[in-house]
Design a binder for this molecule. Sequence first.
Ligand SMILES: NC(=O)c1ccc[n+]([C@@H]2O[C@H](COP(=O)([O-])OP(=O)(O)OC[C@H]3O[C@@H](n4cnc5c(N)ncnc54)[C@H](OP(=O)(O)O)[C@@H]3O)[C@@H](O)[C@H]2O)c1
Length: 232
Amino acid sequence: MHDVMFITGTRKGIGRFLVDHYLERGYRVHGCSRGEMEDPPDGYTHHVADVTDGAAMHRALTGTARSEGSLDILVNNAGIASMNHALLTPASTVREVFSTNVFGLVQTSIDAAKIMTQHKWGRIVNFATVATPLRLEGESAYAASKAAVVSYTEILARELATFGITVNAVGPTPVATDLIRGVPAEKLSALLSRQAIPRLGEPADVANVIDFFIADASAFVTGQTVYLGGVV
Ligand SMILES: NC(=O)c1ccc[n+]([C@@H]2O[C@H](COP(=O)([O-])OP(=O)(O)OC[C@H]3O[C@@H](n4cnc5c(N)ncnc54)[C@H](OP(=O)(O)O)[C@@H]3O)[C@@H](O)[C@H]2O)c1
């Protein structure tokens, strides 16, 4: 049974939903975020760790593997966005976005994959966004960081295939979380109108794709990015 899962960014938003979703399905779920989780559900173990802090993430991942006996599935959900015109986005903000969305994800993936290679089985699921294929104005740093995630997913998938580890990505449409709280209503509806199915996404829509990627039967599915809402 491959049931030990680590989810980054679980304090709130989609990550928080995923904790309950996978506990209900019998997974042994660990996760992390920079802050403590309020009212963590029974059976879930929270690590206070920033994905940009390699040492803290190494402790969280190896600690999970030590206490549970393995680490089977990594869901790289933690992410931040910066929504502003490129000319109004300071370099420090761009660096922060890439530090979390790209460098944090890369380091976390490598650490987890090294553990997974010992068992010759693993699943890594990364988070992309429809902002990348939609070339969304006002989200240049965020969309570019997630483009890097897609490229990294595709190449890591090839490099880890020999170890029985798959690497895929899910690309949500807008989902009503704090991440998009600052997006003006008219901008949001313009964005939704560019989707084949013009509605907000739900965390369950995202979980459905992750369910598929992590299934035992999906061993032949790797290097893929599935965008939701009919965005291509
Ligand atoms: N919501 C959307 O519309 C949407 C659309 C497309 C893609 N996505 C992607 O979906 C993922 C989840 O987004 P969300 O909407 O759930 O965002 P959210 O509501 O803002 O939640 C982000 C989560 O990540 C954690 N986090 C942020 N920076 C972190 C870091 N450096 N280290 C560890 N944890 C960190 C936060 O907890 P702490 O503050 O405690 O660290 C929080 O639990 C992201 O990768 C995002 O890019 C979201």
